[in-house]
Write a protein that binds this ligand. Structure first.
Ligand code: GLU
Ligand code: ZN
Length: 312
């Protein structure tokens, strides 16, 4: 084994996908679409599929949401490999990744207040670009000042990748996001760091998820490179929007899924413009048998958002 080879994933690595919901509320049509796309892609590839609960942001975690999500997925016929993994149990791995970044002098402490950052410039994505206020103060510290966030230096990095649906992507991190947070001032690890560590540790080869995360992907690839981790394939499916043009989410009061799984599964399938079954499936298992045979990446609409069907 040569030095850098530790990062490389063999070209023959078996497909492994995942669904990674945040337990902030019950599953709704928008999250079901991402779950259906990722599970169908894995089934069609004869690959594995994992379920990871992204509860790293503990203040946003709602009691009972994890159970409700797991139950709803199970009722909709999803079957995952191995136990459900929770980010809350993986802090030691995030600590190790942060130590790796610290050793490379890639991070520094940021004591900017929320208020101070409100006047930071807005990027095209609508996100605030961190202006680098604390960068010059310099030395990344192992001893974290109280109430300091840890940010990673992006320098002049430009990340390019080809999304399997959305096509070629390019982001200059400095002008689009700036140095970004890997550990928050409250001590919690940032999603961007946790997701990269988890996907690598779990051997995920193919990430199929909503296009709302497309603009986060360059940050994740940037961290993969710093941490010498393999970059998985990415496929970002359109997100479902409501009549007001907002992404379906807990914040926009998306309805929880109804008890009967079949109408929602078929609606998600239709939303993804997949070939309908000839005969209406009678069970979720029949739906998935069809989905395994019929799934077609080529038929996916190559757009970032689409209106949700009526009633979703
Ligand atoms: N937990 C994230 C969410 O619910 C998804 C993360 C991902 O798929 O990478 O939006
Ligand atoms: Zn700062």
């Amino acid at each position: 084994m040569s030095g850098a080879a530790g990062a490389a994933r063999p070209a023959t690595a078996r497909y492994r996908g995942r669904f990674a919901p945040s337990p902030t509320g019950p599953l709704h049509f928008g999250s079901l679409v991402a779950a259906v796309a990722s599970y169908a892609d894995a089934l069609a590839a004869g690959g594995g599929w994992l379920l990871r609960i992204e509860d790293v942001d503990t203040p946003r975690t709602r009691p009972g949401a994890e159970d409700a999500i797991v139950r709803a997925l199970s009722q909709h016929g999803f079957r995952w490999d191995g136990p459900v993994v929770r980010q809350a149990d993986r802090t030691a791995m995030y600590e190790a990744a942060l130590a790796h970044l610290t050793a490379q002098h890639a991070i520094y402490a940021c004591t900017c207040t929320r208020r101070a950052l409100e006047s930071a410039p807005l990027a095209a994505s609508g996100e605030r670009v961190y202006p680098g206020t604390c960068r010059a103060r310099g030395a990344a510290t192992g001893t974290r000042p109280v109430h300091a966030a840890q940010r990673v230096r992006v320098g002049d990095a430009v990340v390019e990748f080809v999304d399997l649906l959305q096509g070629p992507q390019r982001q200059a991190l400095a002008s689009d996001v700036g140095d970004f947070v890997v550990r928050r001032a409250d001590g919690l690890f940032a999603y961007q760091l946790a997701v990269v560590v988890d996907d690598a540790a779990q051997g995920v080869t193919t990430i199929v998820r909503g296009a709302d995360l497309l603009s986060s992907t360059p940050r994740q690839i940037f961290l993969q490179r710093l941490l010498a981790l393999a970059t998985p394939d990415y496929l970002h499916v359109p997100v479902a929007i409501n009549a007001a043009g907002e992404k379906l989410s807990k914040q926009t009061h998306a309805a929880p899924l109804p008890a009967d799984p079949l109408p929602s599964l078929l609606a998600a399938w239709g939303f993804l413009q997949q070939p309908p079954p000839l005969a209406a499936p009678r069970t979720a298992a029949e739906f998935w048998a069809h989905a395994t045979r019929a799934w077609s990446r080529a038929r996916l609409p190559p757009v970032a958002m689409l209106p949700a069907p009526r009633g979703a």
